[in-house]
Design a protein around this ligand. Sequence first.
Ligand code: SF4
Ligand code: SF4
Length: 127
Amino acid sequence: MQDKLNTIPLENPDDSRCRGCTALCCHNLTLPAPPPATPEALQDLLWRLHFDTVRLCIIDGNWFMIVSGRCTFLGDDNMCTIYETRPEQCRKYNPPFCERYMNPYEVVFHSPQELKDYLSAQGALPA
Ligand code: SF4
Ligand code: SF4
């Protein structure tokens, strides 16, 4: 099947770099989350990090919020069930430029304390 996410056809069909992947790219909702410039913005980001499904990260100097979950269109076989009509955002994920083959994260914050410690060390705690 050449129209499924985990069997993206490459020059050599046996070299499909998605094959065997658990579809990591379909388990993270990544949204822009600007770095906190005010105490209120900091409180907002700290609040988000109270949830165990939320992380913040920095990629190429840009801040994002990652919400862990599973796309409802991901099949039990870890293949996209709407591959032909998948959203544009999904089309940006192609191996090897994806979580399976590279670590794009400069920093990942898992907790409010990690974020506070980072900003404090950077001298970037908003006042
Ligand atoms: S694009 Fe990357 S993360 Fe997504 S299914 Fe393929 S190998 Fe896995
Ligand atoms: S629509 Fe398909 S490719 Fe996009 S996240 Fe869902 S399962 Fe993955």
